[in-house]
Each structure stands twice: as C-alpha cells, then as structure tokens.
Design a protein around this ligand. Sequence first.
Ligand code: ZN
Length: 130
Amino acid sequence: MSKIDHLGIAVRSIDEALKFYRDQLGLDVHSRETVETEKVHAAMLPIGESRIELLEASDPDSVIAKFIEKRGEGLHHIAMTVPDLPAAIEKLKASGARILNEPRTGAGGHLYSFIHPSSTGGVLLELIQA
Ligand code: ZN
C-alpha cells in the first residue's frame, strides 16, 4: 500500500457540493468526468497527496443513486493505491476476502477493484493500481 488515494463521497449534486468543497473550503477541482461503467459523474479535488472524489449518479440505476436512497449523502468508499492490483486481488481472494469486481479500467484510466464492506470492517474499499 502506498497511500490513501481518495475518499469517495456520494452526493445528490456535484454542483451543490462544490458550493462547500470549492467555494467555502477552497479546494480546486482538478477534473470532472462521467464514468459510464459505474453510471456516475465524478469530480476530483486534490487535498495534499490525496483527493476528495465527489460522486453523483448519472442514472437512477447507479449504485450511487441506490446508496443515497438508502443512506443519504455521505462517505461512500475509501481508495488506496497498490503497485500491482491483479496480484493484490489474487492474494486477497486466496485469503477469503470478498472481491466485488475483477480489476477494470475506471476514472482517469486507472485499474481498480472494490472490496466488499463485509471483508473490511464495514467500509467499501477501492484498490487502484498506482
Ligand atoms: Zn473512488
């Protein structure tokens, strides 16, 4: 593990959330994109070596839409970088962790996988190849 890459926060509206994170807190928006495979709009705001990732559903079927429906806005996942994601996933699987998806390409062109909260103490964990 090299660092906490970002904290993913589920919001109803990125534009609304930016009134706090950008306008009041003073963070810069580094990038905005839509990740079709996850049905989300994402905005990345660097904060030191890490980032805040604001996530807004781009479709009512999105996991973010379902998360907000059930639990309201809030912390959705924590993301850590690893040097070799496929190797990390194989190791986790071998030790019985519940992997939600095989490594695939997501925001920023990085390989990522999610680990189920039942394996991590209740937090959805995203591993990203650095
Ligand atoms: Zn993320």
